[in-house]
Design a protein around this ligand. Structure first.
Ligand SMILES: Nc1ncnc2c1ncn2[C@@H]1O[C@H](COP(=O)(O)OP(=O)(O)OP(=O)(O)O)[C@@H](O)[C@H]1O
Length: 232
């Protein structure tokens, strides 16, 4: 479980200060599918970055089980991130001169308890593509490789920042179905940022942000499957 208590983040550039996060309180339970919705500039990426230790908080505390992440040194945080956290971004960030299997292997190499690359390829429906290079795949297929790469180290929590931002509806729903499967079948905690309100229909918990604040929490009584969600 992750507990975020009274977290603020203020950026200062010369005389200009921006309160990107104002007094954020939030609990993320193990195995939850959380969707963070909000307009551009509302603080979604900043929240994801401070929860995952990619950025520091200005004040407040974040704990993961009994570890106070906000008290860790940079190198301790890096080790924690490597062991427990996976990331999927809008850009797939695949290495163009490595084939698909080797791209996935890079993820496995940094984990303590890595999963088998070929098994992961099968799980993302690309068992035939291991020897292909990223430029030979569609955007949706490349994003599935990046999901397999982030899973290779067997993380507890997967942070997704606009994972379908570059994809059409069909490919987006394939990628979302995959994230949903990971959540349902492997109990991976998923924290997903998006502008797309339809994706919130898949979540256990929806967090709406505006101007650095959480403006609404919604617990979905029923979750829709990725194929059923509305697409705006
Ligand atoms: N490194 C930084 N330095 C200064 N200000 C920043 C920095 N990063 C973000 N901000 C500001 O903090 C606020 C929140 O930005 P953030 O990127 O978290 O929003 P967002 O909701 O993720 O937006 P988007 O949907 O466009 O990605 C914005 O006003 C942004 O300009």
């Amino acid at each position: 479980m992750i507990i975020i208590r009274d977290v603020t983040k203020t950026y200062t550039n010369g005389d200009v200060t921006t309160d990107a996060l104002k007094n954020i309180n939030l609990t993320i339970e193990d195995g939850e599918f959380i969707v963070i919705l909000g307009p551009s500039g509302s603080g979604k990426s900043t929240l994801l970055n401070v929860i995952s230790g990619l950025d520091t908080v200005t004040s407040g505390e974040i704990t993961f089980n009994s570890t106070a992440l906000t008290s860790l040194s940079e190198s301790e945080m890096t080790a924690f991130r490597r062991e427990h956290l996976g990331f999927i971004f809008q850009q797939y960030n695949l290495l163009q001169n490595l084939n698909v299997l080797d791209n996935i292997q890079i993820g496995a190499d940094i984990g303590k308890d890595p999963l088998d690359g070929q098994e992961l390829l099968k799980a993302v429906g690309l068992q035939e593509a291991g020897n292909k290079y990223p430029h030979q795949l569609s955007g949706g297929e490349q994003q599935r490789v990046s999901i397999a790469r982030s899973l290779a180290k067997n993380p507890d929590i997967i942070f997704c920042d606009e994972p379908t931002g570059s994809l059409d509806e069909h490919n987006s729903k394939n990628v979302l179905a995959m994230l949903q499967e990971l959540n349902n079948n492997y109990h991976k905690t998923i924290v997903l940022i998006t502008h797309n309100a339809g994706i919130a229909e898949m979540a256990d918990k929806v967090i709406k942000m505006n101007s650095g604040e959480i403006t609404e929490f919604i617990m979905n009584k029923e979750k829709k499957s990725a194929r059923e969600i509305s697409w705006g």
